[in-house]
Design a protein around this ligand. Structure first.
Ligand SMILES: Nc1ncnc2c1ncn2[C@@H]1O[C@H](COP(=O)(O)OP(=O)(O)OP(=O)(O)O)[C@@H](O)[C@H]1O
Length: 209
């Protein structure tokens, strides 16, 4: 502190001489022009009137803002109601669709024969989308009927598109169950888990949000 005041004392002569120099600008014309500027800057209206006007502007803006907010809130309520209605319609049509299809459905997927099976005397084949034929002897076949049969050329995407509505129904909160049943090596894991393309079962399932 002492050092600082010492410095100020030391620079005092310089400050005085600079003030003396400044004094020469304080001519009557300089004073006149400065007072003219000050007059220009002084508000012509009384302070109170200006404050009231400012307050009015403020209040007006608030009211407009309130109106806009209320309008947006109304729109949001109406959109929410529309969304609810659409969701209900969607659920209803989905469940109608599932009812029409049947609440319990059994699909059969035939996987391609492997090397050993190709040489086997027993062969399976399909004639249409619902029937599987199993050749049990040279002249004897057995026929099995399903809600849908996926032939050996079917893809993961084909299977997925058939169960997709059921998955959507599960996402809508309904209880559903999809399970794979079959003897070992028949292709359960492949069908339920295998990821071979963008339409495979698990990733597509995850996309249904
Ligand atoms: N649709 C298909 N296309 C091509 N290969 C398939 C198909 N389905 C199954 N496979 C092949 O057949 C073999 C057996 O399939 P997978 O392991 O899925 O049978 P699984 O029923 O799960 O057997 P496990 O009950 O012993 O676990 C695998 O090598 C698999 O890659």
């Amino acid at each position: 502190m002492e050092g600082q005041s010492g410095k100020t004392m030391q620079s005092l002569p310089d400050t005085l001489s600079s003030l003396k120099g400044f004094n020469k600008y304080l001519t009557p014309s300089w004073i006149e022009s400065v007072s003219h500027i000050l007059k220009e800057l002084t508000p012509t209206k009384p302070q109170k009137v200006m404050e009231e006007e400012a307050q009015n502007v403020f209040e007006c803006d608030d009211t407009e803002l309130d109106i806009k907010v209320a309008k947006i809130q109304d729109e949001m309520v109406s959109l929410g109601a529309q969304l609810k209605q659409k969701t209900l319609q969607k659920r209803e049509s989905l469940n109608n669709y599932l009812d029409l299809k049947g609440s319990i459905r059994v699909f059969c997927r035939m996987r391609p024969f492997n090397h050993e099976e190709s040489y086997s005397s027993r062969t399976m084949f399909t004639l249409d989308e619902s029937n599987v034929f199993l050749k049990v002897a040279e002249t004897k076949t057995k026929q099995y009927k399903f809600d849908k049969v996926f032939d050996p050329c079917s893809t993961q995407g084909d299977v997925f598109s058939e169960v997709e509505p059921v998955i959507k129904s599960a996402i809508d909160g309904y209880n559903v169950c999809i399970f794979a049943y079959g003897q070992t090596g028949s292709g359960k894991t492949y069908t339920m888990v295998r990821c071979t393309s963008s339409t495979t079962f698990p990733p597509s399932f995850r996309k249904q949000k």
